[in-house]
Design a protein around this ligand. Structure first.
Ligand code: ARG
Ligand code: ZN
Length: 883
């Protein structure tokens, strides 16, 4: 069942050309495929192996002759042709049932239209094929369908012919000029309309850009179109990479397993990452759309032109492309402070989701060594930690050195299916560096810990920083080798200014830098700075220069000092988080020892003062303030303790929010007023930052639960001219005792009933509300607007509750876990991929208090014992239960 990276063998045959004819019918779609193949002399595999799933085989012909049953073997999921000649033309006719396909892999129907999703292994649900990414071929596709029901027929590449077939049917022929792996195949057919624009590339070539949606959504495509144009320009400017097609299409679909898909020339997107206007989309939605549009567009080079040899190399394209979309978003906001805000947000995601994954039973390296179901490895480790690994090359070599590595990578591998090692080699060779030790970032799972010790020699005026690294054991990896870690450091003098750095043994031309990247390669290493006039405060891991846990003993005063002065905004934020975490952990400890929390607890702490300072500083970027004044999430706090008591963590975090609300009431009120954004809505970073701080102020003020504050929220709700302010006010009301809360929820529903993405928000907001318990979620599931079949809807209610409402989900009677098991089992029968994602919600069960552990284990066992469990869910629950 398990597939291993070490077992890779080259394919027995290469495919040269593929011609496909589709007779599209939701009940039964006939697919006729003709492909030419030739033997791969470099392969030991003598037979011709094709993959196929949920297909009815109607016809199979080789080199013009029908194959008898003896000439091939049909196994579960495979079709093997025995003793084929060196040159083969295969003709295959298969039938699929798109309207019964609830897995949303392969060819399926959404709202009456046809869509495909082929990554990773969905093409085999369309036809028998050597469905593996190292087999690349040229495709020509003819689509035939009813003209009235399916007026639009799209596939990859260029439209070369279209016409009428008579009897109400029509056809279109598409040809993709580029060789591609089957996972990049796509087709779309249905009643859709598009916003289109001609766009001139840097080279002067003109291309056609289209964003396709259902008719009622044409007023929500402008932002995606603008984001696409910005992406095209950015890739030309930053990486010299030009769009290689004459036509580039984005299509939005309401039923989609993930965010979006980079099919060559025909990107298919979850509506969530396309549709926006001020009425329905929040600032966060606008930012996410820009970054996902960028991500999929950037895949055209990092993923499509250079693709993966096998699925173990997934991070080759995903880590790199996430890094690229992060840089794109940062460049779009422009200012240094806004770049830092983006960096903080990205690191927050890493800590919230990837660090827990790295510490749990599903931990795997950025380049995994084995899997049961590849769909389970589209993870925050492969994506976000993968992006951090790519970022470290840029930290080591600078932007120019990184660009040289990219150029060499394309020079060597354009048109090829390669490995993570090839990327690392290009970076090493382009920069004349040995990066062999750096491979450990790809092979070892777990989050490294970096311990810092310092020593100031008053007489010699030297300052030594000693770095010690370690990495906890993870499943299958008991011992770890030391990593190659870039550690960006700075030293602050007594007034908070950066000291010029003189590292012992290193000569630098020009003025001494104030930030230096130390390269830690041993388990323990010391770095000595000379000419350090005063005992400095160190600022370590600036910009979060490596994905590690930093262990450093700061006093409260030093943290407050860094929070007030560090020139590195990331570490400024980080100091505040450390200070807050320290308080939260101390309070949680007290609560568990049955100490009552008293309101005076917070007033005079370093944290209270530091928060006060930040909030009163009119010079600070509001977006930064918002991040700095947001306490670490309950999930992030839980990661810091050995035994998680979700109720205690929730209680102390809430207590701290109330205390901070009361202690800074006037300042919050001032911030609320000062950060209003009157006039017409714009999603730009400056305005979004103001709204973020204003709405944070509102949420703190609402903790006071006073009628006056309820009125403030109610007023904001009534007057809002955009979804950001509207939903923030609604959330504040729903989490309060305000009399109008139920009415507000009902009004919101009535107003947005026709907007699926907004109804998702309505469910999510209630799922995460403090008073929403398991019974309430079950009630919401009975609402007419709820369905498990739509992944966005299932995520908005069920995932939001299981992952976003820990205090209620972890109800002591175990009812949350029973609910979870019920939904995993129900989803498993509909959509294994979505079910397996939900299954992950209990994978850290061993970290909880014994009484909860027992109930979680029982729920996991119930799921594991379910009949006809998909590979997807089985892998997750088996690994979760393993010792
Ligand atoms: N390559 C896509 C992206 O990163 C994700 C597609 C994943 N699909 C899947 N079924 N696992 O944008
Ligand atoms: Zn991607």
């Amino acid at each position: 069942l398990t597939i291993y990276r070490k077992d890779y063998t080259p394919p027995g045959f290469w495919v040269e050309t593929v011609e496909m004819g589709f007779d599209l019918d939701p009940e039964a779609t006939h697919v006729a495929t003709r492909m030419t193949l030739k033997r791969n002399p470099a392969s030991q595999n003598k037979s011709l192996l094709l993959y196929g799933e949920a297909l009815r085989l109607v016809q199979l012909r080789m080199n013009g002759k029908a194959l008898t049953k003896r000439a091939y073997t049909l196994g579960p999921g495979t079709l093997e042709i025995n003793n084929p000649p060196d040159h083969v033309t295969l003709e295959i006719e298969t039938v699929t049932h798109p309207n019964l396909n609830t897995s949303l892999m392969g060819l399926y129907v959404s709202d009456g239209n046809f869509f495909t999703q082929c990554e990773a292994e969905g093409f085999r649900k369309i036809t028998y094929f050597p469905d593996r990414p190292d087999v690349m071929a040229k495709y020509k596709v003819m689509l035939r369908a009813d003209k009235e029901k399916y007026p639009v027929l799209l596939s990859n590449g260029n439209l070369i012919e279209e016409g009428d077939l008579g009897d109400g049917r029509h056809y279109a022929v598409w040809e993709d000029p580029f060789k591609k792996p089957s996972y990049l195949f796509a087709l779309v057919a249905g009643k859709l309309v598009c916003q289109e624009e001609k766009y001139t590339l840097h080279s002067g070539r003109e291309v056609l850009l289209q964003v396709w949606v259902e008719e009622g959504n044409l007023d929500k495509t402008q932002h995606a179109m603008d984001s696409l144009k910005r992406s095209i320009r950015w890739d030309e400017e930053r990486f010299g990479l030009e769009l290689d097609l004459d036509r580039f299409m984005i299509v939005a679909v309401g039923d989609f397993n993930m965010g979006a898909m980079e099919n060559k020339g025909l990107n298919i997107f979850n509506t969530k990452y396309v549709l926006a206007n001020p009425r329905i989309a929040t600032d966060t939605d606008y930012a996410n759309i820009e970054s996902v549009v960028g991500h999929e567009y950037f895949h055209n080079w990092t993923g499509n032109r250079v693709t993966c040899r096998d699925w173990f190399q997934l991070s080759l394209k995903e880590g790199l492309t996430v890094f690229r979309d992060q840089e794109f978003s940062a460049d779009m906001i422009g200012t240094d402070s806004a770049r830092a805000v983006k960096r903080i947000e990205d690191v927050r995601v890493l800590r919230q989701a990837q660090f827990p994954e790295d510490a749990g039973p599903m931990a795997h390296p950025v380049r995994p060594d084995s899997y049961v179901e590849i769909n389970n490895f589209y993870t925050v480790t492969v994506y976000e930690k993968g992006a951090e690994v790519v970022r470290m090359y840029q930290t080591l070599f600078g932007r120019d050195g990184f660009r040289k590595g990219m150029d060499l990578y394309f020079q060597r591998h354009d048109g090829c299916a390669v490995e993570c090692d090839d990327f690392r080699r290009a970076m090493a060779d382009a920069n004349g560096r040995d990066l062999s030790q750096f491979e450990l970032w790809y092979c070892q799972s777990g989050t490294p810990h970096l311990k810092v010790d310092t020593h100031y020699d008053e007489v010699a005026k030297t300052y030594a920083i000693t770095l010690t690294q370690s990495c906890p054991a993870t499943p299958g990896q008991a011992q770890k080798q030391p990593y190659h870690i870039p550690v960006a450091v700075g030293l602050l003098d007594g007034s908070g200014r950066d000291l010029p750095l003189h590292l012992g043994g290193v000569e630098i031309d020009g003025p001494a830098p104030t930030t230096m990247v130390l390269e830690l390669t041993q388990q323990r290493q010391s770095f000595e700075f000379r000419n350090v006039p005063v005992h400095p405060v160190p600022s370590i891991l600036r910009g979060f220069s490596a994905p590690v846990v930093l262990e450093i003993d700061y006093s409260d005063a030093e943290l407050a000092f860094l929070m007030a002065h560090d020139s590195d905004p990331f570490n400024r934020w980080e100091a505040g988080q450390r200070l807050a975490m320290r308080r939260l952990l101390a309070l949680a400890d007290a609560v568990q020892k049955d100490h009552a929390l008293s309101d005076s607890e917070l007033q005079e702490t370093a944290l209270g003062k530091a928060y006060h300072k930040i909030l009163s500083d009119r010079m600070l970027d509001p977006a930064f303030c918002e991040l700095a004044l947001t306490l670490p999430s309950e999930t992030v706090v839980a990661e810091q303790v050995d035994v998680v008591d979700p109720h205690a963590i929730h209680a102390v975090r809430q207590f701290m929010r109330r205390s901070l609300a009361a202690a800074m009431r006037v300042e919050w009120e001032v911030a609320y007023q000062a950060n209003r954004t009157p006039g017409s809505y714009s999603p730009d970073a400056a305005a979004a930052g103001k709204r973020a701080l204003k709405n944070l102020a509102l949420s703190y003020l609402m903790e006071l639960d006073e009628p006056q504050m309820h009125l403030l929220a109610q007023g904001q709700y009534d007057q809002a001219n955009n979804m950001t302010d509207r939903i923030a006010a609604l959330s504040a009301l729903v989490n309060s005792s305000a009399a109008g809360r139920d009415e507000a929820l009902a009004r919101f529903y009535a107003e947005f009933e026709q907007e699926a993405l907004v109804i998702d928000k309505w469910f999510a907001l209630q799922a995460m509300a403090r008073t929403t318990d398991v019974a309430k979620v079950r009630d919401l599931m009975a609402h007419t607007a709820f369905t498990l079949k739509n992944p966005n809807r299932a995520r908005s209610l069920i995932f939001s509750f299981c992952n976003g409402n820990p205090a209620q989900f972890h109800a002591v009677d175990g009812s949350g876990y029973e609910f979870w098991a019920d939904q995993v089992i129900a989803l498993n029968a509909i959509n294994p991929q979505v079910a397996a994602r939900l299954a992950r919600s209990l994978d850290r069960w061993r970290k909880y208090a014994p009484a909860l552990q027992e109930k979680m284990q029982a729920a996991l066992k119930r799921v594991a014992a379910t009949k006809s469990l998909s590979k997807d869910v089985l892998e997750v629950v088996t690994k979760s239960l393993a010792n």
